[in-house]
Design a binder for this molecule. Structure first.
Ligand SMILES: C[S@@+](CC[C@H](N)C(=O)[O-])C[C@H]1O[C@@H](n2cnc3c(N)ncnc32)[C@H](O)[C@@H]1O
Length: 396
């Protein structure tokens, strides 16, 4: 790794080029431009649509168990795209329907939403979205009786969900979509074990000791996440977690790994062209893990703080704009570009912090090409896990 020096008055200190840190380097592509997360989050939107019944059940359960005057709801890893406020309006709609069905229209709870993400998230954009949302709610319901919708208050909350971010027993419903598969921190051990390996996520050729490190980091992080949320949830509180996972227990199955294998392949071709330093690729990996249902269940059991209400695995086409059920890819070049844009919106901050922004256009063009070639032979899907769990009552 390259070193650079800083002159501090009369002494020179040697500093290694800064290693990746999740808090600083991970954020979705900001703004509203062509490559922004805002314009490239249709996969997450489609997943949100699929999990609606699970969210509805959990929201109703959290509300009806306690009938709180103020219901506190938190979205963890909210980013700042169109899905962020979609989640808020979903929950408002569910509570409004529930209250109407149970004759509580005159007794709506106040809804308090906390939208959480890491400090690098585009909170400026998020606050603008919140303002627009509040205005459009006021406009759409102008002149309607007070019982039209429950009143809601929305705040942004910066910080890692791998730390305590709420007071004890204060939250009724947690939700998180496509966020909990991220590691809490970049593991020095993983980076060091990589040694001469050019892969950036689990592959068949990766040394088992390294695969174990990916798994152990997830186990550690997910256990911590569950313990923290347990403390923050009220008794009877609910949590809906949706993340990228695996269909098979075998960690070497292709599904989630293959897309990242193609990203590694694209980075390798930039190494061959002399645009990326080999040593930089040797020390780079993607700090997340796609677990199987069995792995998630085992951690839940071991932590022992939650009851499982629901777990489901479903698949979604790689191409966010391909809504067909068929096994054919009609336009592999177009699909390749769509998939690459989606992944770029999520990964570009990490890639840029390791290799520099100058490689982004070239890399993701190459990546689109690799994906198109792959889709020519085989239509591939993301595997998604959705989990609905409830705070357990522990008798001591
Ligand atoms: C792919 S985005 C999903 C955004 C949004 N939930 C959606 O469905 O469109 C994942 C988000 O999780 C956030 N994230 C990852 N690790 C986090 C952590 N430890 N604490 C808070 N947010 C985190 C990222 O910054 C990113 O905004």
């Amino acid at each position: 790794m390259a070193n650079f020096s800083i002159r501090l008055q009369n002494c020179v200190v040697l500093v290694a080029a800064m290693p990746m840190t999740i808090e600083r380097d991970l954020h979705m592509a900001t703004g509203n431009g062509e490559t922004s997360y805002t314009k490239n989050s249709r996969i997450q939107e489609k997943v949100m649509f699929q999990i609606k019944p699970v969210l509805e059940e959990a929201t109703r359960a959290a509300y009806s168990a306690l009938l709180p005057r103020t219901m506190v709801v938190a979205d963890l890893g909210c980013s700042s795209g169109p899905n962020t406020l979609r989640f808020v309006s979903e929950v408002i709609g569910i509570i409004a329907r529930h209250c109407k069905e149970h004759d509580r229209r005159h007794d709506y709870p106040q809804l308090q939403f906390f939208l959480n993400d890491l400090p690098g998230n585009d909170f400026n954009n998020l606050f603008l979205l919140i303002q627009q949302f509040n205005k459009s709610m006021a406009r759409n319901h102008k002149g309607e009786a007070a019982e039209a919708l429950p009143p809601c208050y929305i705040s942004g909350l910066s910080g890692s969900f791998y730390t305590r971010i709420f007071p004890s027993e204060s939250v009724h419903l947690f939700h998180s979509l496509f966020s909990v598969h991220w590691h809490s921190q970049a593991s020095e051990q993983l980076k060091d074990t990589k040694n001469k390996c050019l892969d950036i996520y689990i592959t068949k050729n990766m040394p088992p000791s390294m695969v174990k490190l990916f798994q152990q980091q997830f186990e550690k992080d997910f256990s911590l996440f569950l313990k923290l949320r347990y403390e923050e949830l009220v008794s009877g509180g609910q949590m809906v977690l949706t993340f990228i996972g695996r269909k098979h227990e075998d960690v070497f199955t292709r599904e989630p790994n293959h897309l990242h294998g193609l990203l590694a392949q694209s980075l390798k071709s930039l190494v061959d062209e002399g645009l990326v330093e080999k040593e930089k690729l040797e020390s780079f990996y993607l700090p997340f893990y796609s677990p199987s249902v069995g792995e998630v269940e085992a951690i839940l059991k071991q932590v022992g703080l939650f009851n499982m209400n629901h777990v489901k695995v479903f698949e979604i086409n790689w191409d966010p704009y391909d809504d067909s059920e068929s096994d054919d890819v009609h336009n592999s070049i177009g699909s390749g570009e769509n998939v690459a844009k989606c992944l770029r919106a999520v990964m570009e901050s990490l890639v840029a912090s390791q290799f520099g922004e100058h490689i982004l256009d070239k890399l993701f063009k190459e990546f689109a090409h690799c994906i198109a070639e792959h889709l020519e032979n085989e239509k591939t899907k993301h595997v998604v896990l959705v989990l609905s769990i409830e705070k357990a009552i522990i008798h001591v």
